[in-house]
Design a protein around this ligand. Sequence first.
Ligand code: URA
Length: 259
Amino acid sequence: MRLDRFLSGQTALSRKELTAEIRRGAVTVNGAAVRRPEAAVDPQKDAVTLHGAPVVYSEFHWFLLHKPAGVITASRDPKQKTVLDLLQPQDRLPKLFACGRLDLDTSGLLLITDDGVQSHKMLSPKHHVAKYYLVQLSEPFKREYIDLFRSGILLREGEREEPCLPAECEAVSERLAVLELHEGKYHQVKRMFAAAGNHVEKLMRFQVGGLQLPPNLPAGSYLNIFNKDVEKLFEKSCISDACAFCVQNYSSYWIKDWN
Ligand code: URA
């Protein structure tokens, strides 16, 4: 692989900036400065540094973000702050995008990646990757929601009504519930509770597949995650375990908010 191509996939600098850095000797390969952008490197074997810092090769990159409410899920926006703006400049790699979407007022686990194949797999209903949400309702939770959601509640899609895939839910307290979805229709959680006669006041996603939002990761912060964690997305999960995690780590903060 060419040295400039190797670097452009691993740093936030443009190809032009990288060419300039290489030419002025800021890049070393196996300890020696290499000033030719077209020089060949083996990503698996060669040790590359830029400004003295090692550049570790990874074909794809994944960031686990604790999205705060008030930030939009978009790559760029002329007026509003986007989830990509929350990344440090050195992490703003060229091909990153948000894997799925959380509404402006929704917080929680959002993945940012440049891995199109795995992100498609995570989002496609065919692969049944569960997404878990903590929901604060304006009216008390009713037991009838459990069967209603399990049987595939109908949502209006233009002229027609279409059923959602079966979804599980559990009450956490009088007005807090956990919902497990296997698809991602537009405003789905809010529309499902609206169709059931309730209203979502506050929404947070705390788990995708077996990957949980780390409780010590503040809103607006993120982690670089690697294979072991990415694989957790495709691990089996269930609502009772997700609910226990949520109750232990998140729901109490929301209950405190009410007081
Ligand atoms: N469902 C919603 O209604 N909003 C989100 O942000 C995610 C799921």
